[in-house]
Design a protein around this ligand. Structure first.
Ligand code: ADP
Length: 584
């Protein structure tokens, strides 16, 4: 691979890994953010209910106050008759005392027209006394239902508060006026503003009237209808406070009353986790707004963890890829090696086949003289016998002529066998043949081929065979081996006075041992290790090629056997060992 393209690949891989790390990191940071948001949204309702409780407790504490005061005989008396300045002064004092003791914001007594006849703040510049509050909804509610409640900005004081009122009735149950307590929430707002969260209370129209940050107050969360506006102005609920809209956009919903909102707050648009809780008793809604804070450490940890995971994954994949590549390379090498070995083996086998064949032909050549003699002799004898036969027939000695035919026939049979056998021997046998055959028969055939020479040289032959000696192999090749061994032995015996040749077959542990031993004087120690080497010969040029034993050795090995040599008393002994083929 060219160097530049490798650099390019490395650069591309690095880029991919870096991009992956960046994606994983930012994804994890986003996940951490989401998690914080969800966690924050999940905690919202719990906190909201705590805040709602504190508001509820505050209101409940004062709810009974106007009802109890409305039963006060002095107040009932005062409203049953025209209020003189003395009575009014007494009432003012009384209300101021009670207001101080109850720690409410203001107490006031309205007559049946809504005119404040006495108030706890009578001695302040914003005194209610003398003002008519008949237009306030709580007054009309009290007149019709006996109690009233209303959140409004004080028209006199300008201070917002919650008005709770109870009807003052005479003994006959006639409506005389209303006892009103006003609660203000600055204390509550102060308490609420201690945390980082924004807390809002909106009325049924969605107008925020309590907020722990004044900037949020008097903003409406949804559009006001004309009816809403006219009612607000007739009840003067928010008096002169200008109402401004608060634009919100829901970015995500976490469930009921829980959202991620983009709010155009006092400091511009910002995202808040917004939880709401309806306060059914008052018809209000409590809102908790929190800025989702994902700490830098959290998101950094998440990003690092994700990048770590990504890199682990990448390196794992790279590692596996590398291992796979290595395994593939090894496999390919092995295959190449196997192919090479196969090709070499094939070449060797071809060479060996060629060698076997040429050795065989060489042997044939050497045998041909003896064979010619062997064939010639019977031919001469036959010619003579034919002449005898003719004479016998001429003389009409039929009986004797018949008798003379028998040796003729025998001789022909022998010659046919000999030539037939020579033909098989000369044929190139296919290598790798594994037929089941009797080793003793191989010995027979070989001896038959060599018979002329054995006879001519007056060999003292001792054959001791076990029949059948089943082995697996190629009969022609085994015969070639045996002929080789026998011819070598005959060569060694050639000039020896004692010409003893022994051939034995013995069974030995699942093997057959075929030994050929002669009395030819043996092989000198120096040559014992060399006789199986190709082209090792001690015979004169023209007599020996030095291939016979090398080829025999190869043939026997190929058949799973062994060929060994040793010297005994007065000659050499070659042993051919072959595994037994089980009887059929
Ligand atoms: P060649 O017969 O053509 O020489 P071989 O491979 O058959 O080739 O034999 C190699 C050599 O081994 C022979 O030249 C001979 O020296 C020795 N040899 C083989 N058989 C015998 C034996 N029976 N006795 C003595 N020497 C032997």
């Amino acid at each position: 691979m060219p160097v530049t393209s490798r650099y390019l690949r490395v650069a591309l891989y690095s880029l991919f890994i870096l991009a992956g790390a960046a994606v994983a990191g930012s994804w994890a940071m986003r996940q951490a953010e989401q998690h914080t948001l969800e966690e924050s949204a999940r905690r919202g309702p719990e906190q909201l209910s705590l805040y709602a409780n504190s508001l509820h407790t505050l209101i409940e504490r004062y709810r009974a106050l106007p009802a109890v005061l409305a039963l006060d005989a002095e107040l009932i008396n005062a409203l049953s008759q025209p209020v003189t300045p003395e009575i009014q002064a007494g009432l003012n004092q009384k209300l101021k005392r009670i207001n101080g003791a109850a720690q409410s914001s203001t107490l006031e007594l309205l007559d049946s027209t809504g005119l404040a006849v006495a108030a706890s703040n009578w001695d302040t510049p914003t005194s209610y006394v003398g003002h008519n509050y008949g237009f306030r909804p709580y007054f009309s509610q009290t007149r019709s239902q006996g109690t009233g409640r209303f959140y409004a900005v004080g028209v006199t004081s300008g201070i917002p508060g919650y008005f709770l009122s109870s009807a003052v009735l005479d003994a006959k149950g006639r409506f005389l006026g209303a006892m009103v307590v006003k609660l203000e929430f600055p204390q509550l707002e102060r308490e609420w503003s201690q945390g980082n969260d924004t807390l809002l209370v909106s009325d049924a129209r969605g107008i925020v009237f309590i907020a722990n940050d004044p900037a949020w107050r008097y903003r409406y969360l949804r559009e006001l209808s004309d009816d809403d506006r006219s009612e607000i102005s007739s009840t003067r609920q928010y008096h002169k406070q200008p109402l401004t809209p608060m634009a919100t956009r829901t970015l995500r919903s976490f469930g009921d009353n829980s959202y991620l909102m983009r709010v155009s707050g006092p400091q511009g648009p910002e995202d808040y986790v917004w939880n709401s809780l309806p306060l059914t008793a008052e018809g209000w809604t409590l809102h908790l707004l929190r800025r989702p804070v994902v700490t830098a450490e959290d998101s950094r940890n998440a990003a690092l963890a994700a990048i770590g995971l990504w890199l682990t994954l990448v390196f794992l994949v790279l590692f596996l890829l590398q291992r796979w590549r290595l395994a593939r390379m090894r496999q390919r090498n092995r295959e190449e090696l196997e192919q090479l070995v196969e090709a070499r083996t094939r070449d060797l086998r071809t060479a060996q086949d060629g060698l076997v064949q040429s050795a065989k032909l060489a042997a044939l050549g050497q045998m041909s003289a003896a064979l010619a003699h062997e064939i010639n002799q019977p031919l001469t004898a036959q010619r003579m016998q034919l002449a005898t036969l003719r004479l016998l027939l001429d003389h009409g000695r039929i009986e004797e002529a018949y008798k003379a035919l028998t040796p003729l026939e025998q001789m022909l049979t022998r010659m046919t066998a000999l030539t037939g056998h020579l033909k098989t021997y000369a044929r190139q046998s296919p290598s790798g043949l594994r037929e089941r055959l009797d080793l003793a028969l191989v010995v027979d055939q070989s001896l038959q081929l060599l018979e002329p020479r054995l006879k001519e040289e007056h060999i003292d032959l001792h054959v001791n065979l076990i029949r059948p000696a089943w082995v697996r192999g190629d009969a022609i090749r085994l015969e070639q081996v045996l002929i080789n061994l026998l011819r070598n032995a005959l060569d060694a015996l050639h000039d020896k006075p004692r010409k003893r040749l022994e051939i034995h077959i013995e069974a030995r542990q699942q093997h057959w041992n075929l030994s050929v031993s002669d009395s030819g004087g043996g092989i000198s120690e120096a040559y014992l290790g060399k006789v199986f080497d190709p082209f090792f010969t001690t015979k004169p040029v023209g007599d020996g090629l030095g291939l016979g034993l090398a080829v025999s050795y190869a043939i026997v090995h190929e058949l799973g056997g062994r060929l060994t040599v040793c010297n005994h008393a007065d000659g050499a002994q070659f042993t051919l060992t072959l595994p037994t083929a089980e009887d059929l």
